[in-house]
Ligand binder design. Sequence first.
Ligand SMILES: Cc1ncc(COP(=O)(O)O)c(C=O)c1O
Length: 398
Amino acid sequence: MQMNGCSAEKILKKLGKIMGADMSYEEPGILGSMCTSPLEFANQIFATYLHKNLGDPGLWLGTWAIERDVIKMLGNLLNDPNCSGYLVTGGTEANLIAMKAARDTARFDGRSEIVVPESAHASFDKAADLMRLKVIKVPLNEEYTVDIEGVEEAISKRTVAIVGIAGSTSLGTIDNVEKLSEIALDHGIYLHVDAAFGGFVIPFMKRMGYELPKFDFELPGVLSITVDPHKMGLGPIPSGGILFRSEQNIVKSFYNIPYLAGGKFKQATIVGTRSGASVIATWAIMKFLGIMGYIDIVRKCMKLTNYFADSLREIEGIKLVREPVMNIIGFTSNKFSNYKIDKELRRKRWAIGCFPDMLRVVVMPHIQKSHVDKFIHDLKKITASLIPEETPKDKYYL
Ligand SMILES: Cc1ncc(COP(=O)(O)O)c(C=O)c1O
């Protein structure tokens, strides 16, 4: 940092230049992000309330009330308006808090393992690392959802929690949470559902008439759910949600914070100081869109997903990994290495997801039909130019 400050004009000019290296949601390119452009309305609200700190809620009682209302709205969406919870930095922190709540409940009886599907997000590995838990990964079945028998086999007297995914990161699949709920109740084990992505998609798809499995608090074994406004909720970053069926599920994770200016408070979030602005902006977006607004958005995304999937199917050498469940499409090739395809796509400024055995696009609200057409055009050119391999080496790790 230099000794004397710069003029605002100079800083803005410099920033404009540096920001040129960033991609943007408006141009064709970002096809692999689970975040999207927040509504302009929310951006303004976010900027207005930047100083609000929910780490000290006694000072910001209005903001605290707004957060309670967001939790109630999320609970309404996920079949328990009486649930408790917080808005946190994202799905990672939400999953971490859930695993901690489960671990803390079981802390003194020596349990130390979590049972998760192979499709689980890396946040469960992080949680396990931080809490010295062992992750037992259960393979998926032919539907790419967790193998239920595998879960039963993986459970032992050391199991702290079982995790189900509603909208997996790679394919958007929904685990059989109904069965997981029965298993959790039978064994008296904590069940957490990671609906970071699907929580803002599945309830609306169901209202549109799609037949999708139960996954939320409707199932009695589900004790907590991750649901992220900063993904399909169109909220600003950071806005992740962690919901608990009852405050009892988290009381063992409370820390007393005695020194706060607003008065002492019990915190269960990982972070202390916490953005009130994103909570207020999330509240405003949910009020602004309402159920019908989200249905419109999901309907558009699903229409484009089907168009995208049909266009991919027509490309020689490309196949879908499975029928899309929601606005996420996984595809692969039996002729070319996914790694090489991804590399060529990146050269053309396409940013998609590259998993060990598939490529994946997420059809978020910022994606236009013209982006899809351009992508398909480029992918056709790439596959036509690559030399087919007899056994393409799909498996690679970043
Ligand atoms: C299912 C799922 N859970 C959790 C996360 C982590 O969310 P975040 O990146 O907001 O921490 C993701 C991210 O894509 C996800 O897909």
